[in-house]
Write a protein that binds this ligand. Sequence first.
Ligand code: FAD
Ligand code: NAD
Length: 475
Amino acid sequence: MSDAYDVVVIGGGPAGYPAAIRAAQNKLTVACIDEWKNRDGSYAFGGTCLNAGCIPSKALLESSELYVRAKEEFGTHGVKLGSIELDLAQMQKRRASIVKTMTGGIGALFKANGVVGISGHGRLLPGNQVLVKASDGSEKTLQAKDVILASGSAPIRLSTVPHDGELIVDSWDALEFDAVPRRLGVIGAGVIGLELGSVWRRLGSEVTVLEALPELLTFADQTIAKEAQRHFKKQGLDIKLGAKVARAVVKGSAVDVTYSDAQGEHTLQVDKLVAAVGRRPFTQDLLAEGTGVALDPRGFIQVDEHCRTGAAHVWAVGDVVRGPMLAHKGKEEGVMVADLIAGHYGDLNYKVIPSVIYTAPEIAWVGQTEEQVKASGRPYKVGVFPFAASGRARAMEAGQGMAKVIAAKDDDEVLGVHVIGPLAGELIAEAVLAMEYSASTEDIQRTIHAHPTLSEAIHEAALAADKKAIDAINR
Ligand code: FAD
Ligand code: NAD
């Protein structure tokens, strides 16, 4: 291994590994260092997303949803099964195997692109040097023309809710339970709380989600949030809003959780407690003295709109910098930086980053919520189409939820699209593309959508914004 590279990337998660691959595609010499260690002690690229986040959670969401559908829905289709049993060990084996395949795939991508992958810890030194403590114990200093910091994030720990990995756990632990907890407590009705709460509720846990804020999904469009709340309630997720957790104490094999709401203080007893109260930027032992890289008051690495830090030729991308903590946001930042380093064009439209919550129904959106547009004072129009009126959704036994398009009254520009319903996360891609090209509702209205598809819901919602929907009554 030569000690000099054009680019050294610290962190091989969804922000770091795409940066490394694009830099290599740009004919630069690249090393990517990652210290992620799985529970069995093995090193793996892919960061939080592939090892303990996006991928394992989606594997369990899919399996648990199939379990519920087999129990509750197949009969409606005329499909009769014998007794349906949960084989959690097999479900977890499948989850682990998907993770292993996906993380192993990064090694293959590195090899094909000529990226040198190094398992171990990286620390930025002044002068664009990186001290590597490799997994085999060896130490080496790499010289880089450019360094990309992509060290990611870690779960926020509440000091009064002491994590023990057994009874009081984080999202990673909760993805690897080997038995279904009878009573599961979740602190936080954010994306993690709702996705993990859904998994274990579907598999049989009594799930109580304690959320400090008085409303659910405050960052989403409130029409969609209210619809989601209705569905979660029907599914048996007990979401207590305005319930701020003060502390949790292990009592034998259970956990006593103390929270307060408008009525006063309460104690809830659960068998496992998941803390899902947000994530913080991770920069532990990343920066030596004198690198010139600054952190903001919340601990994020300070960067400009093109992810340049205060130090020349040092960049930072992904969860460790400002903006939503989403894998696709980090990926596009990594790619942008690798292109800029190579002297190519690179930019990122932060206004059109899609969000997806993989519950059932799925929730997805891009752009502004109706509340944000209203607050901006810009006159707007709204079109809504319910999936109950979609033939494809009906055929899928998924006629719940809606698509909602918000557009400017003056020039018809699409300002936001919000979907709650089947495969909302897939449907939103059309809206992202439309908004990336500053489309109007008329552009979507005049675009042919195949029939019968779920995508017709976006088409009809765009038509409804001008009271021209065909398959729903215009209001
Ligand atoms: P990370 O993925 O955290 O990767 C950083 C890597 O850098 C890690 O491997 C870390 O070990 C390594 N590292 C850190 N410091 C050093 C160092 N000094 N030397 C060497 N290596 C170092 N996002 C989505 O968009 N969609 C989802 O569905 C989704 N689901 C999620 C579900 C869960 C349960 C969780 C927890 C998160 C989920 N996220 C999801 C968020 C997503 O995982 C993060 O936004 C994403 O992983 C951030 O990528 P990153 O590369 O910035 O950081
Ligand atoms: P979050 O910030 O989305 O939600 C945390 C919630 O915990 C908040 O609603 C907060 O009010 C609540 N909370 C905090 N302290 C509390 C207390 N003491 N008592 C009760 N409630 C309390 O964070 P998260 O759900 O942990 O997710 C972390 C990050 O991971 C997010 O940025 C998210 O974007 C990302 N993620 C994304 C996906 C996805 O894209 N599908 C899935 C999972 C995670």
